[in-house]
Design a binder for this molecule. Structure first.
Ligand code: ATP
Ligand code: MG
Length: 228
């Protein structure tokens, strides 16, 4: 059983035990870098907080943590404490503006750039422990189709794919979806892919950008997308 399946089983087990539903896991990703993932993650978190939800952001851009810089908060702990110091995942949460919780991916810690599979599995398994603390967990990934990004994507119920009108952003979004679709652990039933058009100048331009991407995706990948 791989970790995505383990996480799904955990979710199922918790559901049937009739406890609080497990936190909603939303992973924010993109093919191309610098398109607005971290800003989307933070703004979404703040809005959900204003609606009364408890939110924790996992900064999964390991070793290049950005969330803490945007929040202007210095975290006491980061993911390396979970992995190397055996801290509990709840102990490494920092509370930022609006009481949004976040888990730092660690900044400039060389051991965090290239985490091996076992550590990734360990992080993903531990996310289920946040259930009691968060209604929504937002995972802000690094750009691209690295193993760690794919692992988070296949373990999430919802993917927010951030795309801009730049041609390279559109083609990289397509490449990411193609890689996801080819991943043997990806389940269309479990993981819904939603698209955000960022840096567009009008509602129409946003819709056109989505239409462009979704036309190619439905033709070649037959993957259903949803426009946000
Ligand atoms: N809608 C927008 N309007 C204006 N500026 C934006 C918008 N979205 C993002 N930006 C700017 O684009 C830059 C990149 O944003 P951000 O750091 O959120 O992207 P990212 O996808 O997380 O980048 P990375 O791939 O490096 O993690 C920032 O300077 C941000 O302020
Ligand atoms: Mg970022």
């Amino acid at each position: 059983m791989d970790q995505a399946e383990q996480l799904r089983n955990l979710i199922k087990a918790q559901g049937t035990a009739n406890r609080r539903p497990l936190a909603r896991v939303i992973t924010v990703t993109s093919g191309k870098g610098g398109v607005g993932k971290s800003n989307v993650s933070i703004n979404l978190a703040v809005q959900l907080r204003k609606m009364g939800q408890r939110v924790v952001i996992l900064d999964a851009d390991f070793g290049l943590a950005n969330i803490e810089i945007m929040f202007g908060t210095v975290p006491k702990h980061n993911l390396s404490d979970l992995i190397y110091q055996h801290k509990n995942i709840r102990e490494i949460i920092t509370w930022g503006p609006e009481n949004v919780g976040f888990i730092s991916g660690g900044s400039g810690i060389s051991g965090m750039y290239n985490l091996d599979r076992g550590y990734l599995e360990y992080i993903i398994m531990n996310l289920a422990e946040l259930d009691a603390l968060a209604d929504t967990i937002i995972i802000d990934t690094g750009a691209g189709i690295s193993m760690s990004v794919m692992d988070f994507l296949v373990a999430s119920g919802e993917i927010l794919l951030v795309t801009t009108p730049e041609p390279t952003s559109i083609t990289d979004s397509y490449s990411l979806l193609k890689a996801l679709n080819q991943n043997e652990r990806f389940s269309r039933e479990y993981t819904k892919v939603k698209v955000i058009s960022n840096r567009v100048s009008s509602t129409e331009e946003g819709q056109q950008l989505y239409n462009k991407l979704s036309a190619v995706v439905s033709r070649y990948l037959k993957l259903p997308l949803q426009y946000l």
